[in-house]
Design a binder for this molecule. Sequence first.
Ligand code: KG4
Ligand code: ZN
Length: 340
Amino acid sequence: MNVLGIETSCDETAVAVYAAPRLLSSVVASQTNLHAKFGGVVPELSARAHIERLPAVTAEALAGAGCGFGDLGAVAVTVRPGLLSALLCGLSYARGLSMSLGVPLVPVDHVKAHVAAAFLREGNDRPLSAEEMPALALVASGGHTLLIKLSGPLSFELLGTTRDDAVGEAFDKVGQLLGLPFPGGPAVEKAAEGGDPEAFRFPVGKIRGAPLDFSFSGLKTSVLYTLHKIPPAKRRARRADLAASFQSAAIRALTGRAILAVRETGIAKVVLCGGVAANRSLRRAMAAALSAEGADLFVPPMQYCTDSAAQIALMGSALLESGATAGPDLDASTTSELFE
Ligand code: KG4
Ligand code: ZN
């Protein structure tokens, strides 16, 4: 059964076709250039671009999969969480397709789909499988930083979350402080390559009484104060050290919580996913920390860590099998099901 996946929760217009157990195509049209001059995603621009691009991106995904609209068995779409106006573009388009083709409409939670990316086989040395359950998942994205217990492919329990900024948001804000281009995450990673991660000792935020929760706003503020103490003429020269030291603290926060979660739950399998999981230093550090702990790491291939519709179509396919379809009154929401 071919499942069409549609993703428009933020600034990527993405469509994919999945037929279990294989991904047949995945097309992502990034809006980065559109938002770069504003230093962040502008919701109105994002929604307009989704509407303009969805038909062509869908046609490309269908062509890549070697099929047409008539070969689709279901349409899966991200309905939460994200920018409401952006989500509604994908949802309206998906609803129209589902009604005109007479196939089921499957609502997908974007954050859960980030975890589901670990099940994708394409380009993945060690894909996750249902037999590996229970497992833990660390979602590190621009909107979320979550620790989750997975009892099965569709069974999620929230163990910890950030109390303020998400880790990707911290990367983006530090990128801005350092005068790097948008989005900050990949730019900070690149700038950090030539820097000394020990040059500055930035703090890792901890929440009293909630050891699996995260806090990144103190880290961001600490980078700001440190930057202001450096004379303006010398800031550029210290940029690589600042980026490397910030990245090192963010990585310590993520690896530290993952290890703690393994110890607290006795579950020695961890999925690392979400846009920040595309960071090579984080991938290496997490692999080393978990290996020393005797735990296994599952990381989706780079292109399925950041937003794509591949994970939406895969998750939609699994949900369809479980009967989780929706009627035409389906609505979008800004928060994940994980918080309900
Ligand atoms: O998962 P994602 O594509 O979108 C959300 O669901 O939020 O994550 C986007 C976030 C952004 O904050 C971006 O800067 C960050 O992931 N990111 C990275 C890297 N690539 C993307 N952060 C650090 N290093 C990277 N290589
Ligand atoms: Zn995402």
